[in-house]
Ligand binder design. Structure first.
Ligand code: BES
Ligand code: MN
Ligand code: ZN
Length: 508
């Protein structure tokens, strides 16, 4: 889809369809008033008759618009004006795009930018509208032999009144598009089945994404290289599988100072989690193809970075393996030495995410990072604690945690912090090794993070448990693209802070 700004009044713009906001009290925005006037009160008459009540997310198609240049009008209900919030605006926009998708139009003019929302300017709105356009027209048809015919519009234009700075509008469109496409990439990788999306597939995807751009360089460690380094914990998870594990590292140089400490994003990339010898029950096990959604979100963020070029140094890492039972698989009670030298007793082979991440965290020490964030579908307990709304957040650094919480609010991709108190650590005490890989049923999300924290004491670190937020089950089964929104917002915030500091005259 091509995105563009439209400066003309929506009444004067030639398009297959204008998408126009209406409030429940029949109030129109300035753009709506202009169209109403041009069409000799066509909109006003529909509202007066009570044919369209403009409840939130309801739509009404007017197939002709005599007097306007548009072929059609799509009225979108915004609900009550004083109730309009970020998430209600998002819902209305989604509803509008869902309708547009049904009509298979070549193009449309989205005239929602002048809808008043408290505390939000036109830039914010156009960014969101672009992002939601990308995610609303997403379809995953890679494995349908006869996909239902569907074409997103070739071009969407967004009303951007002439009085506004067009470079602001262009920049906001670009961010929205990058975030939306980043989310969609994460969804596609998550939705691909385990027999296609293997550790090697993740590595090849990273290579393809980075190849087009000299700001990136990729390194993929294979099992021999990991063996030589001593990453026996990560390797233990892949032992039962015919698909070899990989550690994927993508470096991005965006800061002026090549030596500036990098921020690291590390994703759990278990391309299928059977549980291993501690085998999971059969029902719903197919959903464990989504156990690489942490990795997918890292690649989604990488895609957005590729498009937006923040002035930061970044390292994208993925710890990828397939967790299978076999004669070669690791067994309950087996003990492995991690890259850090610490030993781990594997009491449950289904607690494998922490086993791949711990070695990757130790590996990250060599980058002397400014921060490390790992993203993982780590614990079923996180779904019990927070459901499917919030991502679990645990951190050894209050400032980093606060930055992530705030980014999540701004991106409507929220996280909620859980405590990482020392008292929980003793649940990991082992009689035979330095620690065991499970801490019992109480506080399962926290003890998983406690395990990781033991490998993250050399840097500011945060852990995002996305078990409840990375995919939908049931009829809507599919990857959500979370938390790409949160991650990209966090990176853009860092970039903006740096820019503010530089223009202050204080050192970058
Ligand atoms: N990938 C799962 C976590 C998971 C389970 C995510 C269900 C989403 C839905 C993880 O590898 C796992 O199996 N964790 C175990 C840990 C337990 C053995 C301590 C769990 O949550 O049951
Ligand atoms: Mn598991
Ligand atoms: Zn898992």
């Amino acid at each position: 889809m091509k995105f563009a700004l439209a400066n003309l009044s929506p009444a004067l713009t030639q398009t297959a369809c204008v998408v126009l906001p209406v409030f429940e009290d029949s109030q129109l925005t300035a753009a709506g008033e202009a169209l109403n006037k041009a069409t000799e009160s066509l909109i006003g008459q529909v509202l007066e008759r009570g044919d369209f009540k403009a409840q939130l997310g309801k739509t009404y198609l007017m197939p002709f618009a005599p007097g306007a240049e548009a072929e059609r009008l799509l009225l979108v209900g915004m609900g009550k004006e004083d109730k309009l919030t970020d998430s209600r605006f998002r819902k209305a926009a989604q509803a509008a795009y869902t309708q547009l998708a049904d009509y298979s139009l070549h193009d449309a003019l989205i005239a929602l930018t002048d809808t008043p929302i408290k505390g939000r300017d036109a830039k914010w709105k156009i960014r969101l509208l672009a992002e939601i356009a990308e995610t609303s027209f997403y379809r995953f048809n890679e494995f349908k032999s006869q996909p239902s015919p569907f074409e997103p519009p070739a071009e969407l234009s967004f009303y951007w009144p002439e009085a506004l700075e067009s470079s602001d509008g262009e920049a906001a469109l670009k961010v929205g598009q990058a975030v939306g496409q980043g989310k969609n990439l994460a969804r596609t990788l998550g939705n691909r089945p385990g027999n296609v999306c293997t550790p090697i597939h993740l590595a090849e995807t990273a290579q393809t994404l980075a190849a087009s751009d000299s700001a990136f360089c990729v390194e993929v460690l294979d099992e021999n290289q990991m063996q030589a380094l001593g990453m026996h914990s990560l390797l233990s998870v892949g032992k039962g599988s015919d698909e070899p594990p990989r550690l994927i590292i993508v470096k991005y140089q965006g800061a002026e100072d090549p030596q500036a400490a990098p921020h690291v994003l590390l994703g759990k990339g278990i391309t299928f989690d059977t549980g291993g010898i501690s085998l999971k029950p059969g029902e719903g096990m197919d959903e464990m193809k989504f156990d690489m959604c942490g990795a997918a979100s890292v690649l989604g963020a990488l895609e957005a970075v590729r498009q937006l070029k923040p002035r930061l140094n970044l390292i994208f890492m993925i710890a990828a393996a397939e967790n299978m039972p076999s004669g070669r698989a690791s067994k309950p009670g087996d003990i492995y030495t991690t890259l850090s030298g610490k030993t781990v007793e594997v009491l449950n082979t289904d607690a494998e995410g922490r086993l791949v991440l711990c070695d990757a965290l130790t590996y990250a020490e060599r980058f002397e990072p400014a921060s490390v964030i790992d993203i993982a579908t780590l614990t079923g307990a996180c779904i019990i604690a927070l459901g499917h709304q919030a991502t679990g957040l645990l951190s050894n650094d209050d400032q980093l945690a606060a930055a992530l919480l705030e980014a999540g609010i701004d991106a409507e991709d929220r996280a909620w912090q859980l405590p990482l108190w020392d008292e929980y650590q003793e649940q990991l005490d082992s009689n035979f090794a330095d620690m065991q890989n499970i801490g019992g049923r109480p506080a399962g999300t926290i003890t998983a993070a406690c395990f990781l924290s033991r490998f993250a004491d050399k840097f500011a670190w945060a852990h995002l448990d996305i078990a409840g937020t990375a995919w939908h089950s049931g009829k809507q089964k599919g990857a959500t693209g979370r938390p790409v929104g949160l991650l990209v917002q966090y990176l853009l915030d860092l970039d903006a802070q740096l820019a503010a500091k530089t223009s202050d005259g204080t050192a970058a």
